[in-house]
Ligand binder design. Structure first.
Ligand code: HEC
Ligand code: HEC
Ligand code: HEC
Ligand code: HEC
Ligand code: HEC
Ligand code: HEC
Ligand code: HEC
Ligand code: HEC
Length: 439
């Protein structure tokens, strides 16, 4: 037998076991038949004549067991036989950074701008689907979502996943680190259709065989027990909330994205980013202890007081979800930052890391000077004038020591980033250093 025949035989046996497994679990909600791809009405259907006899949802729309069907190879033709007997190569690991083209990733043949799926597929970004934002004209499918200013680098995900998760193989697809395609469901609904929290599209990489978020111990309110999860406003309203655009605001209908994202981004994993050219900061959403603890947007509670807009209303004791600030795939801002947060679009794009424009993001939840008789988009009150809690009250003399000139805004990322404090001042203005945890 040639190696090709061996692979085909192995795949045949595997798929037989697989079919038995998935169809035997007919009653199980996490089965192929209940998945988005396996759905008989809106599931996979490649728009090629060779497959016209195959029903919607049939495995053959993704797997070509024999390489050809009735003597012809359906589109996309050519190339070497692909691992997993897929109709195209699963992932091109020669592409180490974006922008991506269709042939870089098997999924893009359907979830891309020129889809082989009959009638195409529209997938909006998170800000629209689960936040109610107006359409992002540059990202109405998954491939285009990854081809924005910032994106989850697929090569790095592939590389990280194959080293850390045993189900993930050399020939696996980076999307599969977060999605189990044989069981992934259509959860979204909004803005089209209806939202169903017991459906989920994602699987934690450490528990690939199951969906994540489809039952109530896998939701944000469960993660936040002992704290408060407050869902951000649905775009354009002060009465409806994410992710469903209805009156539920406690996260009981939202997947626990903190546990999901921290499966990779926790306090111990070293994660290299080819795009950024360095290891990522570690994310600590767990450690309490005030100024010596982890991030205050996590379980480390804000100290003294906050200046928070509705629906947070100056309170403390919240935990914030990663996807309240981030997109999962890509964004028009640096660092996957959402274009719409807590009910409104950001006033502009954040196009570099080293900038005072982070105020666009912070100002969606924290009160700027317009709440205290000053100007919108400025943050003097919080840092200098709040008699309760300002870190640099006064303000301190020799303004230009911290401000480049006069009181020009300072680049926020000197002090505000995951795990950061104001130790930048230890060199700049040591007597003003507070050591406060700034994120
Ligand atoms: C043959 C076409 C095709 C291919 C290839 C394909 N998909 Fe899909 N996918 C679909 C269709 C059709 C749906 C259901 C569309 C809908 O929701 O209206 C879907 C739905 C999904 C969903 C559920 C969420 C949703 O919007 O419904 C996820 C997650 C998903 N696909 C991920 C992937 C990943 C990851 C890959 C690559 C490993 C992939 N798909 C490859 C056609 C395809
Ligand atoms: C949306 C496209 C799509 C559909 C539909 C699909 N598969 Fe797959 N399948 C894949 C991809 C992609 C992989 C490779 C997984 C990876 O990247 O690790 C795969 C892998 C497999 C594997 C290898 C083991 C595993 O579970 O990862 C088997 C067996 C398999 N598929 C069988 C099936 C059968 C049987 C069906 C129909 C009941 C089916 N697939 C439907 C895309 C699909
Ligand atoms: C780091 C994890 C991660 C990776 C990698 C990833 N996704 Fe996603 N994906 C998510 C999350 C999180 C959501 C949205 C939340 C939800 O549905 O609960 C999502 C949503 C989706 C949806 C549904 C969108 C909708 O309309 O609701 C599709 C389809 C999808 N992803 C496909 C892909 C494809 C294709 C790739 C690879 C090119 C990919 N994803 C890579 C995490 C990921
Ligand atoms: C399978 C592991 C994995 C999961 C799960 C995961 N990430 Fe990542 N993430 C990575 C890797 C690898 C990188 C480095 C590549 C890069 O910079 O894009 C990264 C990079 C990032 C970056 C920096 C992006 C940039 O501009 O370069 C952000 C922000 C991020 N992840 C947020 C998230 C959020 C939010 C979630 C949950 C929805 C999440 N990640 C889930 C692996 C993961
Ligand atoms: C309040 C908004 C907010 C929340 C909530 C949030 N992030 Fe971020 N994230 C940011 C900002 C701003 C940056 C850019 C500054 C930085 O790099 O830390 C960033 C950057 C990142 C980076 C890149 C870090 C680097 O090396 O520069 C990763 C990874 C990341 N976030 C993951 C997460 C995860 C995982 C969660 C949830 C546990 C999360 N974020 C929650 C705002 C947020
Ligand atoms: C999605 C809403 C949201 C966004 C966006 C946001 N924050 Fe927050 N922030 C909160 C909430 C809620 C708390 C309170 C957490 C708690 O109760 O422990 C908080 C707390 C803080 C604290 C702790 C304050 C204290 O008194 O200890 C700091 C510092 C902070 N945020 C800085 C920022 C910065 C800087 C940005 C922009 C880069 C930002 N936040 C963006 C929601 C947000
Ligand atoms: C120890 C460092 C430090 C010194 C010294 C300092 N500031 Fe600031 N100031 C800050 C920080 C941090 C912010 C918040 C970031 C920002 O808005 O630029 C800020 C913000 C401001 C703002 C709001 C700017 C904006 O557009 O958002 C004004 C106005 C301001 N300071 C005035 C002054 C004046 C006047 C002095 C001198 C009497 C001074 N500051 C001295 C740290 C300092
Ligand atoms: C020199 C360091 C430094 C710089 C630069 C800086 N901040 Fe801060 N910021 C702090 C400290 C310290 C706190 C107080 C944290 C606490 O309350 O414990 C703070 C608090 C905040 C808070 C939370 C206020 C609350 O209690 O609700 C926001 C929002 C904020 N800063 C926004 C910004 C923005 C926007 C910029 C850039 C325009 C900026 N900061 C620049 C040090 C800095």
């Amino acid at each position: 037998m040639s190696w090709l025949q061996v692979i085909k035989k192995a795949l045949f046996v595997l798929s037989f076991l697989f079919i038995v497994f998935y169809f035997y679990n007919y009653a199980n909600s996490e089965s192929y038949l209940n998945s988005a791809h396996g759905n008989g009405t809106y599931g996979v259907k490649r728009d090629v004549t060779e497959l016209s006899d195959y029903s919607q949802g049939n495995c053959a729309h993704c797997h070509e067991m024999h390489g050809s069907i009735n003597g012809n190879e359906p589109s996309p033709a050519g190339g070497s036989p692909s691992p997993w007997a897929l109709f195209a190569d699963n992932f091109n690991n020669g592409t180490t950074t974006g922008p991506y083209s269709q042939s870089d990733d098997f999924c893009f043949y359907c979830h891309g701008p020129s889809s082989l799926q009959s009638n195409g597929i529209t997938n909006y970004d998170y800000s629209q689907t689960f936040g109610g934002a107006p359409q992002n004209l540059n990202a109405t499918n998954i491939m285009d979502a990854f081809n924005q200013l910032s994106y989850h680098n697929l090569y790095d995900i592939w590389n990280f996943a194959k080293q850390n998760f045993s189900f993930f193989k050399e020939s696996s697809n980076p999307c599969v680190a977060c999605h189990n395609i044989h069981i992934a469901q259509r959860s979204c609904g909004k803005p089209e259709g209806s939202f169903n929290p017991s459906y989920s599209a994602i699987s934690k990489p450490s528990d690939h065989a199951h969906l994540w978020g489809d039952n109530d111990t896998e939701r944000m309110n469960y993660y936040a027990s002992g704290y408060t999860y407050q869902a951000p406003y649905w775009c354009g309203t002060t009465t409806y909330y994410e992710p469903a655009g209805d009156t539920t605001y406690d996260g009981s209908n939202m997947p626990d994205y903190v546990t999901f994202c921290t499966d990779c981004h926790n306090n111990s994993n070293e994660i290299y980013s080819t795009t950024l050219g360095r290891n990522l900061y570690k994310i600590d959403w767990e450690t309490t202890g005030g100024e010596s603890g982890g991030d205050k947007h996590g379980k480390n509670t804000a100290t003294v007081s906050t200046n928070l807009k509705a629906p947070y209303n100056n309170a403390t004791g919240f935990v914030v979800s990663c996807l309240d600030c981030h997109e999962p795939h890509g964004a028009p801002n640096v660092m996957l930052i959402r274009r719409e947060v807590n009910g409104e679009k950001l006033p502009g794009n954040i196009t570099t890391l080293d900038t005072s424009n982070w105020a666009y993001l912070c100002g969606r939840c924290h009160k700027d000077d317009s709440y205290y008789g000053g100007s919108a988009g400025e943050f003097e009150y919080i840092h200098h004038l709040d008699t309760n809690d300002a870190p640099y009250p006064g303000p301190p003399k020799s303004c230009g020591t911290c401000h480049d000139w006069d009181h020009a805004p300072i680049k926020c990322n000197k002090c505000h980033f995951h795990g950061g404090d104001d130790s930048w001042l230890q060199n700049v203005y040591p007597s003003e250093y507070t050591g406060r945890r700034c994120f």
